[in-house]
Design a binder for this molecule. Structure first.
Ligand SMILES: C[S@@+](CC[C@H](N)C(=O)[O-])C[C@H]1O[C@@H](n2cnc3c(N)ncnc32)[C@H](O)[C@@H]1O
Length: 354
């Protein structure tokens, strides 16, 4: 897998645009638009939020000097959720549209962008209050995403808004006919995040039809190239909800996805993907198993590597499951060190930009 090509691209991200992306992911998206997009086919973005990923892709497409007018399609329900205020303190209530803020942020690229206010269906988990708070609920009045206008194929599909197994399945069913074998990239922003287990699970289900090609080591993004058309029967037979995925199958899929990364030397990425088994087990009501798997993963965490996700998972275990698992010393020390470095960086950047 490619891990470096985008690292040194000269891209000046507009700091006023809020984003949930890591620094390396911004550069990666710029590089995708500039170098991986050949000017043929659309770039489609699912889940632009306030336009952070949009401006990275758009700036790259402009830098490519290919004809980019109207070629970047963005899809989002554009519905504000309270948790978003931690990243962007906007005067919006839960459920209000943030589309005007998106449009203002992407204004310099408006002639490239076609925005679609559409929703993906979601699974709802009574056992996961945190995730439910981030979800769109069925009674809200945004139309379902069921197509893109025209018939142009998709070269790059950036996915950052498929927030459930059901949403991911629906997205693939809608867009698979527009993907081009041997060419299209499926860029999964949530692949290495422990909460979004359906992403590695789904890509492992498509093994043989897709191959992992880019691994953004400083973020959670992994991209796949489509090798063969995804047969309609494959998509039709996918379970319509995560609760219908047999537990052992689900765990096996996550292990397979983690294996792609460890084989490629991304031990931290593989550990983060493995951690997704904990959230999966808990969401399907298997908390005892979730605790056992968590302890196992925590005790073999790669030494001196980022512990953010394992610390988040232990907080989840405590608050949602009531299971208090002691953190090993190595994880506690690394976490303290990360907090110190984070505070120092914040201090320095405040001084630079003051
Ligand atoms: C993590 S944010 C994306 C962050 C963004 N790409 C960035 O660069 O900062 C996820 C986005 O997906 C959207 N989203 C979540 N669930 C959705 C659904 N069911 N249908 C449509 N959009 C959804 C949210 O509104 C949000 O804008």
């Amino acid at each position: 897998m490619e891990t470096r090509a985008w690292k040194n691209v000269p891209f000046d991200y507009p700091r006023a645009v809020p984003t949930m992306l890591a620094e390396e992911e911004k550069r990666y998206l710029f590089w995708l638009g500039r170098d991986a997009w050949d000017g043929n086919g659309l770039v489609v973005e699912i889940g632009p939020w306030l336009g952070g990923s949009t401006v990275c892709l758009a700036a790259g497409m402009i830098a490519s000097r290919k004809h980019a007018h109207g070629r970047l399609h963005t899809v989002d329900n554009f519905l504000w959720r309270d948790f978003m205020a931690a990243r962007a303190p906007l005067p919006l209530q839960n459920g209000e549209s943030f589309l005007p803020y998106f449009q203002e942020n992407v204004e310099p690229y408006h002639d490239l962008i076609v925005a679609h206010t559409r929703a993906l269906p979601d699974d709802s988990f009574v056992r996961d209050a945190e995730r439910d708070a981030k979800r769109f609920t069925e009674d809200e009045s945004v139309p379902l995403f069921d197509d893109l206008p025209g018939s142009e194929p998709i070269s790059i599909l950036f996915i950052d808004g498929a927030k459930s197994w059901r949403g991911m399945r629906h997205l693939l069913r809608v867009l698979a006919p527009r993907l081009q074998p041997g060419k299209s990239l499926l860029v999964c922003q949530d692949f290495k995040h422990w909460t979004t287990y359906w992403v590695p699970m789904m890509m492992a289900r498509l093994e043989g039809l897709v191959e992992p090609v880019h691994d953004v080591r400083g973020g959670t993004t992994v991209a796949f190239r489509l090798l063969h058309p995804i047969p309609t029967t494959t998509l039709d037979t996918l379970e319509d909800s995560i609760v219908h995925v047999p537990v052992l199958d689900g765990l096996g899929l996550i292990d397979r996805a983690a294996g792609w990364l460890s084989k490629d030397g991304d031990t931290l990425g593989a550990a983060n993907v493995s951690l997704a088994k904990v959230r999966f087990l808990s969401n399907v009501g298997k908390n005892v198993e979730a605790a056992r798997v968590f302890e196992e993963i925590q005790s073999t965490w790669p030494s001196r590597r980022d512990v953010t996700q394992v610390v988040m998972a232990s907080a989840f275990m405590r608050s949602q499951i009531g299971h208090d698992i002691r953190r090993p010393l190595a994880i506690r020390l690394t976490w303290q060190w990360q907090k110190l470095v984070g505070a120092w960086r914040k201090h320095v950047s405040r001084r630079v930009y003051a």
